[in-house]
Design a protein around this ligand. Structure first.
Ligand code: SF4
Length: 696
């Protein structure tokens, strides 16, 4: 039977942090018809190529359909008993910090909540981190330093209401395409609206730019310090708003010491940008991975926030700094405390009052008093044998972590590795002692939060195949087998959501931003019908913007400007490694391609890995178009096809990060990236490695 008579189900796209709503209708043959949800506030019916082709990715080829222990089929009871026994014994013999969970922005909020509760409340370690560390940890650190909490001040509507949108470190056209469509449509409706793109590469996003600033990689702090100086010199500081801000004098002093020439930009171009920014009241500065993935990522974020705080351009319609997250539920992960240095609901692990409140709420036997290991340090500890039992959920660190070969070797050498995933064909799944089959997008139910704080339901429309089960269930079952039966006795995601919403009321009681306690009594049917809802949701408040009233979440109640200084990227180019290597996404693939590679349409966009190299460099190396090149860094080497283009600057090369040992073994580009991190956020510097390029 075809599915045309079946009703459509509202859900959300599986991919980026725009969080588009989709309408799904099973086609009766295991597939799905997909269209954009005209009622979802994120996309109002729009979809990009990845969202449009979601239906092509739900086939069962390559699916993991039953538990596996040491390569042999197992049943769930045996697998869960083994995981519980190994984690219990490891904690007993080596202490709680000898175990770790490494999770993902692909998890639903309810899964994330259980992972965090199990690890921090019951295993007694804060060694849970997420691949969101690779995505937006610098934004979290920057927000917390400036605002006191990890708060996104504005909304998507602000991008349409702005008279100037600055897109910095963001190839929005490819990485957040529906947001790009919204900005482009706003500019078409109001051609006087200006767009500035700040990016070392001339990406597809530049197609709508009035100005493109191809700054030197890593020089964003100098660029925005220059802007702060211009704000001061041109008399654009908002005096009354400064009553709500600490650190202004120090930030201005540091900015005036800064040398914008390190950006490598034409001074006239810089001046035009500064005049445009200062002269436009309604300005939104969007930032993403090009800002975050840096050894000075947190400072870059704060350099942007400084400019908005000094001018009071925050929290008002059409104004504000705006981070866009990579993954569908990176924000939900931040909210439940999926990062090693956070507690649930934006509470802080190092705050004894927060710790005590969460411990009491969870009735937890243990609670760590210090942050756990962030991703890079976590895998270093795995390699050194300090972490002996590791549970990896919906992510592929053997490909996506910097220094990926070393990470792969570390996982291979770990005493006990559990991998929960939808397939056994990832580079990481191949290293598992125990494989647990998880339900995939389209088969599982829960909530996600997108980049503008909108919580949406993701709904199951396809039956779980084989023995696949939800992640929250697998983790709760392990917890129950470890003796914590009552604390993990959940019947479904709605019950977990209610507990989480109740806990958020405690955060609200501490005066924190994240509070959805207005949803703590949500019934099963109301949860089932829940419409997209922007937090906070309390009895007295819902959605909206933060900070227009000058109230921040710091102890003083004031926002904080920081004195910042430019720092060069950690790895320096030189005679041996003369090129600056930038990595990133392409339009139609997602992460390590386990899903998008199933779609012939998506795979036809850019079918193989490549290295963008400038024509001058290609001529010097005598490279013919599409020649194979060997790319070598201090960490590793690869072989890629040269794509000769002036989209990159001379001396800079770019390669996508999607390919794996299975899809293109010589193109695992993160094997070439150094495991260097921002000292505040722990986020790796994935966009400023160094390498040599030679004809192959
Ligand atoms: Fe999905 Fe992002 Fe595309 Fe929207 S913009 S359809 S969320 S990939």
């Amino acid at each position: 039977m075809d599915g045309s008579s079946l009703p459509e189900t509202r859900s959300t796209c599986a991919y980026c942090g725009v969080g588009c709503g989709v309408l799904l209708r099973p086609d009766g043959a295991g597939g799905l018809a997909v269209r954009g949800d005209p009622e979802h506030p994120a996309n109002r019916g729009r979809l990009c190529s990845k969202g449009t082709n979601l239906g092509e990715t739900v086939g069962l080829d390559d699916r993991l359909l039953h538990p596996v222990i040491k390569g042999a089929r197992a049943d769930w009871d045996t697998a869960l008993d083994l995981v519980a026994e190994k984690f219990r014994d490891t904690v007993a013999r080596h202490g709680p910090d000898s175990v770790a969970l490494y999770v993902s922005g692909q998890l639903l909020t309810e899964d994330y909540y259980i992972a965090n509760k199990l690890t921090k409340g019951y295993l007694g370690t804060a060694n849970i981190d997420t691949n969101s560390r690779l995505c937006m940890a610098s934004t979290v650190a920057g927000h917390r330093r400036a605002f006191g909490t990890d708060t996104v001040p504005g909304t998507y509507e602000d991008l349409e209401l702005a008279d100037l949108v600055v897109l910095t470190g963001s190839n929005t056209a490819w990485c957040h395409p529906v947001l790009f469509q919204r900005i482009r449509a706003a500019k078409e409706a109001r051609p006087e609206m200006k767009i500035v793109v700040i990016d070392p590469r001339r990406t597809a996003t530049c197609d709508i730019a009035d100005l493109h600033l191809p700054l030197r990689p890593g020089s964003d702090v100098a660029l925005f310090n220059g802007l702060l100086s211009a704000i001061y010199d041109m008399g654009a500081v908002d005096g009354p708003f400064l009553d709500h801000i600490d650190g202004f004098e120090e930030a201005i002093a540091a900015a005036s010491d800064s040398d914008p020439t390190v950006t490598g930009l034409d001074p006239l171009l810089l001046k035009r940008f500064y005049q445009l920014w200062v002269g436009t009241e309604k300005v939104v500065t969007v930032f993403s991975q090009g800002v975050n993935q840096s050894s000075s990522g947190a400072d870059k974020v704060n350099a942007i926030l400084n400019c908005h705080l000094a001018t009071g351009r925050i929290g008002k319609p059409g104004c504000g700094p705006f981070s866009v997250t990579g993954q569908p539920n990176a924000m939900g992960g931040r909210e439940v405390g999926g990062l090693a240095n956070m507690l649930a609901c934006h509470m802080e692990i190092e705050n004894p009052d927060h710790r005590q409140a969460v411990r009491q709420f969870w009735d937890a036997p243990a609670m760590p008093e210090k942050p756990g290991l962030k991703a890079v340090d976590m895998f270093r500890a795995v390699g050194e044998g300090r972490i002996k039992a590791l549970w990896i959920i919906h992510t592929n660190p053997a490909v996506s972590m910097p220094d990926a070969d070393r990470v792969r070797d570390a996982i291979a050498g770990c005493d006990f590795v559990v991998v929960s995933d939808v397939t056994d064909r990832t580079d990481t799944a191949r290293l598992a002692d125990v494989l647990l089959p998880a339900t995939a997008w389209g088969e599982k139910s829960g909530t996600v939060t997108n980049s503008d704080r909108t919580i949406s339901r993701q709904r199951a429309v396809l039956p779980a195949p084989g023995e696949a089960r939800p992640d929250w269930w697998a983790m709760a079952e392990v917890a129950r087998r470890m003796g914590w039966r009552d604390a993990f006795d959940y019947q479904g995601p709605e019950e977990i959501f209610r507990e989480y919403a109740t806990l958020s009321g405690i955060a609200g009681g501490f005066g924190l931003d994240f509070d959805i306690s207005g949803l703590k009594g949500i019934t099963d049917s109301a949860y089932d019908q829940m419409k997209p809802t922007r937090w906070p949701v309390t009895d007295g408040r819902q959605g909206g913007r933060f900070f227009a009233d000058g109230r921040f979440f710091t102890p003083s109640g004031k926002g904080r400007m920081l004195p910042l200084h430019h720092r060069e990227p950690a790895a320096q180019t030189g005679p041996r490694y003369p090129f600056r290597l930038n990595t990133g996404r392409i339009r139609d693939q997602w992460h390590t391609m386990t899903r998008t590679a199933k779609s012939a349409k998506l795979s036809s966009h850019l079918a193989e890995p490549f290295l963008e190299i400038h024509p001058e460099d290609a001529a010097r190396l005598k490279l013919a178009p599409a020649a194979l090149v060997q790319v070598a860094s201090p960490q590793g080497r690869g072989i890629l096809r040269a794509l000769i283009t002036d989209r990159v600057q001379p001396g800079e090369v770019f390669a996508p990060m999607h390919w794996t040992a299975e899809t293109a073994p010589s193109a695992r580009i993160d094997a070439l990236v150094a495991p260097v991190v921002d000292p505040v956020s722990g986020q790796p510097e994935s966009k400023a490695a160094v390498c040599d390029v030679q004809p192959f």
